[in-house]
Design a protein around this ligand. Structure first.
Ligand code: GLN
Length: 231
């Protein structure tokens, strides 16, 4: 018997913890802007999703090896990534910021010389920091997830980390002991990703659903629910 295309379940990878885009709440349920957008789109476009919170880099790799149909993980649309992946229409604006410990006097790239900077593997912010590394003479240490990267700065092992502005801002607002010391650099947007040339029907449904959520106010409602203000 044939499976109705409308009932298809897609395997979608996401990060373990990247609030406000995806994170486990106190009941260990995964919530966040990405998951609410995707669930609302799936509902309106009549498909199902199975969410796998495996971590950012792991999700991207699992998609590349064919184990996942798509990734939604606060993933920036970059020219390098567009060689391998097809992205949806952009759904949120971002840019890279440098964050340091609350009591730190470091506030400029020139103060990083000879110091250690914490990065998260496979991220656009890490790629950005790598381009600054030789000019500003800092060393890097790489972590698999955001929490361990932040902790390395809080404990003083690293003097700074580079992360996306909306993510850093939300983490600080919800109690993280860091402060942002630079203006957002290299602005970009988040998109939902599939492998290049694959799962094109899923991508089309995502774009179609996103348009509907923007038109009916649900997109704004989801963003407000997490950030209190419009995007
Ligand atoms: N926004 C970053 C990127 O696109 C990191 C994503 C993440 O860590 N979930 O690379």
């Amino acid at each position: 018997s044939s499976v109705n295309a409308a009932e298809k379940t897609y395997q979608i990878g996401t990060d373990v913890t990247y609030p406000p885009f995806e994170f486990a709440n106190s009941n260990n349920k995964y919530i966040g802007i990405d998951l609410e957008l995707l669930n609302a789109i799936a509902k309106i476009e009549n498909f199902k999703v199975n969410i796998k919170p495996v971590g950012f880099n792991a999700a991207v790799q699992a998609m590349q090896s064919g184990q996942l149909d798509g990734v939604i993980a606060g993933m920036a649309i970059t020219p390098e990534r567009q060689e391998k992946f097809d992205f949806s229409d952009p759904y949120y604006k971002t840019g890279f910021v440098m964050a340091v410990a609350k009591n730190s006097s470091v506030h400029r790239l020139t103060q990083l010389r000879g110091k250690r900077v914490a990065l998260k593997t496979g991220t656009a912010a890490a790629a950005y920091a790598e381009t600054l590394k030789s000019k500003y003479g800092f060393k890097t240490v790489i972590f698999d997830d955001s929490d361990n990267m932040y902790n390395d700065v809080i404990t003083g092992n690293s003097v700074a980390c580079f992360e996306d502005q909306p993510v850093m801002q939300y983490a600080i607002k919800t109690g993280l002991s860091l402060k942002i010391v630079t203006k957002p650099a290299q602005g970009g947007h988040y998109g939902f990703a599939v492998m290049k040339g694959k799962n094109q029907e899923l991508l089309a449904k995502f774009n179609s659903g996103l348009k509907k959520l923007k038109a009916n106010g649900e997109y704004t409602k989801i963003i407000h629910n997490y950030l209190g203000t419009a995007a």
